[in-house]
Design a protein around this ligand. Sequence first.
Ligand code: G6P
Length: 372
Amino acid sequence: SAAEKGGYDYFMLKEIAEQPQAVADTLLGRVGPDGLLVLDEMRLSDQELRDITKIIVVACGTSYHAGLIAKYAIEHWAGVPCEVELASEFRYRDPILNRDTLILVISQSGETMDTLMAVRHARDQRSRVLAVCNVNGSTISRESDAVLYTHAGPEIAVASTKAFLTQLVACYLVALYLAQVRGMKFGDEISQIMARLSEMPSKVSEVLGTVEPVRALARSLAAERCVLFLGRHVGFPVALEGALKLKELAYMHAEGFAAGELKHGPIALIDKGLPVVVVVPSPVGQRVIHDKIVSNIQEIRARGARTIVIAEEGDTAVEPYADTLIRIPAVPTLLQPLVATVPLQVFACELAAAKGHDVDQPRNLAKSVTVE
Ligand code: G6P
């Protein structure tokens, strides 16, 4: 009913709007009086976490994209080698697992069959399993060695939005916690990063306050058949997530690519008028790859692409090459996905609505895939 949707046309819009609160709730109560991180649902001892030699993140769909971003944080902050794998692939190869492997599973519902089977497979090999779940008491959270709950609240729309942002927060917390117990980061560094994280709810609100032009853009592209997404570093999984949202909701052919791969194939797809969304890294925090991506934007535009550029405030270098410029606040590099994803969610939602699709219940999709 309209009341359940809190005045929004769709649950998805309501859930997009709830993201600042969801992020804040997931961060709540994580810092102890000594300024150190506390994850009280963590039932793995500090010694067990120090013994870990490898992490494999396993998930499906949007949760898998959160996992791809988790890798950057885990390796950068905690210095532990990390792989990311689709749950549906994981147990059908012969992953090398042992007692010192930590499997980080990410699942909003905690019921996805492939992810659950990955948990069982890993535990059979005596690996430790840490789950990031949104639904309390779900099967995956019960069967894992430890759980870090996201506090997104119930997510009704099939396409995941607020759960994704809170999964990112949870993954940052896991990475910081590992850094803390393994002595890679100390109290003051942790508190500095936590301070930046605690600014994210207001940064997400800021983005939500400026998405009206994204809506207009989406409506203007309703007749397109294909949209490409490019990104680099943590912007690459953001590009994949932007493309997934468009497939799920607007039933359009949408692909995400690593911008550095452009010359190895994707550039052949560039045609006159093809919309290409580019997620641009910070010119301050990531100057080298920022400049490379600006050249990519020039290259595709010279070949006729219609460039839709998501760039940090104050990034003037992109201005001459952006047909549409979407601004996001400047935040630390690893945290950029929390703000860069939001316009892409709005974009897919509005485009689907413009096409007359059921935004909350896209055809052929289920909220939770409990069969193989
Ligand atoms: C389905 C949903 C997606 C979700 C994926 C994984 O495909 O439609 O939105 O990302 O399952 O679900 P999980 O509950 O394991 O995160």
